[in-house]
Write a protein that binds this ligand. Sequence first.
Ligand SMILES: Nc1ncnc2c1ncn2[C@@H]1O[C@H](COP(=O)(O)OP(=O)(O)O)[C@@H](O)[C@H]1O
Ligand SMILES: [Mg+2]
Length: 653
Amino acid sequence: MATVRKKDRRRQWGEMSRSKDAGAAVISPTDFANHLYVVGASGSGKTSLIRLLAKHLEAWNRNGVFRNAFIYVDPKGDDSYKFVRQCDPGTVGRGLVHFLDPQQTKFSINPLELPAYQENEREELVSRYVGYFMKTIEEWYQQSATFVQMERIFRALLFYVYMEHDSPTFLDIHDMILKMQESGHDALPQIAGTFGTPNREMEQALLSIAALKGDAFVPLLNRIEQFATDPVLKRMFSVRRGTVNFRELIKPGTYTVVRISPLNMPHHVQPLAMQAFILKLWFAIQERANRLPGEGRTQVVLALDEFQIVKDLQVLQLMLEQARSLGLGLVLSHQTTEQISDTQLGLITGNSGTQLVGKVNGKDAVRMAQIWDPQFKGELTRLLASQEYFHWSIREKAPPGKEQPLPVQFWLGAPPDLQVSAAAYDTFLAAQLARYGRGIVEDTMVRQTIAARNKWLESITVRFPARMEWGIMVMLLGKPLQQVEMVSQLPVSNRSEVLDVLKKMQADRLVRKTDPGNRLSKYELTQEARSAYFEPKFDEVGSAAEIEGLTRRVFNGYLKKAMFVAVASQKVTKGRDRTDLVAYDYEDDTPISVEIESVVEVQSHPEHVRYNMVKWRDMGFGRCHVWSKSPKARQIYDRLSDEEKRGVQVRVI
Ligand SMILES: Nc1ncnc2c1ncn2[C@@H]1O[C@H](COP(=O)(O)OP(=O)(O)O)[C@@H](O)[C@H]1O
Ligand SMILES: [Mg+2]
């Protein structure tokens, strides 16, 4: 790729030769399986070098010489458009090019979302995902001793969030942890209502969140909190359904540019965003290895330009060591070896078959010369230190048993031309935005459950009273009572509890003292409470002659059973279902939809009556009671399916 004249360049893509004599490049397809390391000062041509490689990889896909998926991660944000626009317009036209940018194409990824699966694969997939995600948490804990102690707890919690859901989010986990920390044991029912009934180990793990307040959860919470609060991270990584299909990104022919840079997000969240992307990709690579035998895994080339931003990612080491067998090749490029530790440099150079050094400072020259060949350290140092911009040395590690070839020096060719016009690029961006910008940050599952559970409240116009408040109000309906008289009739163990409730009810103007100065004063219902809760307009429920009386009877029946009851809001909202009365059974915490059906209605519109017997579930009710003077109501019930009958009771009186 070094010395080919301009007019020949188009033809040359995809025809890299190993031969030095050809005066051309020395990188061949197989080298991409063994990682490439690129070091050179700013402006030395690193990104241009990767662009040239990308051009060859693209051509190899077209001519079938070497099928590969290419992914370029651009942490500076300046080079992405070049990688896209240097593509053959045909590659773009065939939908093979993907551009992921939090601003321009608004992509989103849910790191926790399971990929599509067959039912019999779920268990294994979940276990694998829990395993993957444990790696992420391990990263956050930087391999500290705390992680080791917490490992079992984290694992149980992760299994728990997958118990009933395929795509929990960081927000869900955040919410769950905060709920447990706030309310401990008391939060369990709500959490179980959302994520399912935890098994013993899961429950222990949940309770330990409340118990282990100290530092144990800090690294986890700190990270998750950023995903929950930073608006950019939230949009990118806290959606329920991600818009990026990683299985597709690693398919041969695919060419992806990922722009995660301080130009499109706050500087401090960039590493976390890069980490989330790289880990998800790594999951996808591992998941593919589980699905496909060795020969089915085509090469994925992941180019991390300026990789020092993610140099501390533990998974990078795993990728360097294991990626080869999984079909992932890395191209790691950065400016100077001073950006990484000796250990990291040793690990990277030890694991990359091809190493390229451009214009570097003296220290880098010495370090790389030492690594390349200690025997000729002096000569190599001079050679490397004297390189100008665009002047590079390449060294390919000899396969075992073969003689180590000498490094080759070459001049970098000019970067590829931009073949996609500015107008075509704009069209491309718009299409990518339409494809990737569909992510929606939903409410957390806990909040969705609460909202669903409270939906029935939309059917009443009064504030729903707590059990004891209602008990007190019903007691005071007949006559004023002293506190002690009430305590004896209420299911409470201590009187201060009743006093607290009475104080609150006074503040809410539901009750008042008959003799305010007196400690032993009686309490009575306020007129406001009486008219709001106990003097409803029964005639609102229906116009048929018997309705008012029947409704009153039914209403009083619920009161006698100590259930809350109210006339439902009769506001007619288009397309909105209504019920007649709303009752609430405090014994088993269930809201009940109560329907009063006139004889005329049952006779002339049985389909309405039938509908009333089934509509209540979607309105958030747990049961349905139907009252009518017509025995036909029961016949309508009898024709419901078993599924529909569940929770419905019909009383003919
Ligand atoms: N062989 C070359 N001849 C002329 N200009 C080049 C050559 N290679 C790269 N350039 C230009 O030099 C500049 C810096 O190159 P770049 O690849 O961005 O360097 P780096 O990534 O190392 O900072 C770019 O504007 C690029 O177009
Ligand atoms: Mg660069």
